[in-house]
Design a binder for this molecule. Structure first.
Ligand SMILES: C[S@@+](CC[C@H](N)C(=O)[O-])C[C@H]1O[C@@H](n2cnc3c(N)ncnc32)[C@H](O)[C@@H]1O
Length: 338
């Protein structure tokens, strides 16, 4: 199965999923799609109306449009996941961390306190591990205080079958033994993702103008860029962001056509590089769709993480059942060492 067939068939919500996953700061549902494809039920919380519309259109679960904070009331759930706003920590942001009004961690911590999940996860940019390490430690110790074992790891999307160099810090809290997903050896290229559409041109195509070409050349010279940042079909793409998809910036994503013209990426191409299936329909204006694509956790990477969550939940369910049985029949304890 090639990459496009894989994302189109594997990444499908399953009806009647369980257990319930609360997805905070849900965006368009990239993270949730991975969980629904692993058979979980999701419920999103998101303040942006276009994101909510996309989530509702494509996922089985509902998305509540709300601006959440630490006073918001969350229901009980076995799993809590989310991407608290990362502007305070990203390299392009202001790096104010906890002092930033956009900080989503108080809401995340409050959700864990109220929902009392067996396992939870948040994802963020790698900056949280470095410049804001003290803040990360504060968040972790607060969550550890609720009885969770907390582990974190920097995951590279390219090592989970996504044709893009993209790093996300994944922090997981659990009460037993959790294993992060296994890395894959084979890298998928941008050509594997866009091979059939990369050279298409239609009336909507946005070509780089001569002044944009000059601007890009100046940017690449100033940033001592050796290889032009055009999309190279023989390797994974650069990180896709809302900024470099939607804006006519020096590092904007663009493909080179056989006749030498350079065309900016379409929403669908950005979505393919992020591993969204072709059936996934983004709602809202083009600029909003670019933003939803660029902000998302690649669903294929989410699918691998969700598989680890599924294994964790299945094993704790099994341990619970063994523990119950063991009181009546100690022989059942042998299951533990299988
Ligand atoms: C990085 S994106 C999440 C991407 C998402 N996990 C995915 O995979 O598609 C963060 C989202 O948080 C939303 N957001 C930021 N602050 C919020 C708040 N206080 N309440 C609800 N949503 C919020 C933003 O609108 C944005 O869509």
């Amino acid at each position: 199965m090639n990459y496009v067939e894989k994302i189109n068939t594997l990444l499908k919500p399953k009806q009647g999923g369980s257990p319930l996953v609360l997805d905070l700061f849900a965006g368009c549902g990239g993270l949730a799609l991975g969980f629904e494809a692993q058979g979980f039920e999701t419920l999103g919380f998101e303040m942006d109306s276009d994101c909510c519309a996309t989530y509702k259109k494509n996922l089985s679960g509902d998305c509540i449009q709300a601006k959440i904070d630490s006073s918001y009331e969350f229901p009980r759930a076995q799993v809590v996941i989310g991407g608290p706003p990362c502007q305070p920590f990203s390299v392009g942001g202001h790096q104010k961390g906890i002092r930033d009004a956009r900080d989503g961690f108080p809401a995340f911590i409050s959700a864990v306190e109220q929902a009392k999940p067996d396992i939870w996860m948040f994802e963020n940019v790698r900056g949280l591990m470095y410049k804001n390490k003290n803040y990360l430690e504060t968040i972790i110790s607060e969550l550890e205080g609720m009885g969770y074992i907390v582990e974190y790891k920097l995951l590279h999307a390219v090592q989970y079958g996504v044709p893009q160099n993209r790093e996300r810090m994944i922090v997981v809290g659990h009460r037993g033994s959790f294993k992060f997903p296994m890395m894959q050896k084979n890298k998928v290229t941008a050509g594997d993702a866009l091979g059939d559409i990369a050279h298409l041109v239609d009336s909507e195509s946005k070509f780089l103008t001569p002044s944009m070409d000059m601007y890009v050349a100046k940017y690449e010279k100033a940033s001592k860029c050796i290889t032009p940042r055009d999309l190279h079909l023989d390797r994974p793409a650069r990180t896709v962001t809302c900024r470099n998809l939607a804006g006519a910036t020096g590092d904007m994503h663009r493909v080179v056509l056989p006749d030498g013209r350079r065309r900016r990426l379409t929403v669908r191409e950005g979505a393919r590089l992020q591993s969204f299936p072709d059936w996934f329909e983004f709602q809202g204006k083009e600029s909003s769709c670019y933003k939803q694509v660029g902000n998302a956790v690649p669903p294929l990477m989410a699918y691998e993480i969700a598989q680890s969550f599924r294994s964790y939940i299945d094993s704790t369910d099994r341990l619970d059942s063994v523990a119950v049985h063991s009181r009546k029949n100690p022989v059942q304890l042998s299951l533990l060492s299988e």
